[in-house]
Design a protein around this ligand. Structure first.
Ligand SMILES: [Zn+2]
Length: 249
């Protein structure tokens, strides 16, 4: 393990202890297209112990301008299974459980219960909010992410401790995306992998109570803080206690 992760273990504040915590961690990635495939691959490369990959979609030609872990040979193949093979080629020490199914709430909650973090790789915004509810039901931290146009967006939620994404968006659903710059989802997925590593190792401070927006066109990063929303249907049922201990896994 030491040789493969040498450049990570030698990081100030990381070391063999954080690497070992990462090796014991399980991450569930729901949707392994443009964003989720990058997050999963980055976590595997960094040394996460187990990945649960959930996606019912098949690889299509129009995916390949941004979903660069898939190849022409993968066309028509389920994404979770294709990505599992690619991850095994990169790092065979990672345990991978691919699910070629649509993640309904019951299944996703069941799969999440033995995971340490959930990563959002889905396209549909309503499903993103539902995934936050699933994370809350399973009491597992959730890393939200999106890539639309020229904008990458990331945030992390600890159920019952920090406000959820409904608290930020309230009743304003973002418009459906129309196009995305090819490399942009890779930015989102990499940032999500970093958030997940922070969550499971306790290194650093996860991006809670804040929506981070990275505008590729202007090269600017904006952090929008948000608080619990009084009318939030999720947080109204939970106790939002603050985030004083969120550097602990
Ligand atoms: Zn909320």
């Amino acid at each position: 393990m030491t040789q493969r992760y040498k450049r990570q273990i030698e990081l100030a504040g990381f070391g063999i202890d954080a690497q070992s915590r990462l090796a014991r961690a399980s991450a569930m990635v729901v949707g392994v297209g443009a964003i989720g495939s990058v997050a999963a691959m980055r976590l595997a490369a960094a040394g996460v112990g187990r990945l649960v990959l959930v996606d019912h979609d098949q690889v299509e030609l129009s995916n390949l301008h941004r979903q660069t872990y898939f190849t022409m040979d993968d066309l028509g193949v389920n994404k979770a299974k294709a990505l599992a093979r690619r991850i095994h080629d990169l790092n065979p020490s990672v345990k991978i459980d691919p699910y070629a199914v649509c993640a309904d709430a019951a299944l996703a909650t069941e799969l999440a219960t033995d995971c340490d973090v959930i990563i959002d790789g889905v396209d549909d915004f309503a499903f993103k909010l539902q995934l936050g509810d699933i994370a809350s039901a399973a009491d597992v931290p959730y890393v939200f992410g999106g890539a639309s146009g020229y904008l990458a967006v990331v945030s992390t939620v600890f159920p019952r401790q920090t406000p959820c994404l409904r608290c930020h968006f309230k009743r304003e659903m973002p418009p459906p995306p129309h196009g995305v710059l090819g490399p942009l989802p890779g930015v989102t997925g990499s940032l999500q992998a970093c958030e997940a590593i922070k969550v499971v190792t306790g290194v650093g401070r996860p991006l809670v109570k804040t929506l981070q927006l990275f505008n590729i066109l202007s090269g600017t990063v904006e952090c929008k803080p948000f608080s619990p929303w009084d009318e939030c249907p999720r947080c109204n049922h939970d106790v939002v206690r603050g985030d004083n201990n969120l550097n602990q896994p």
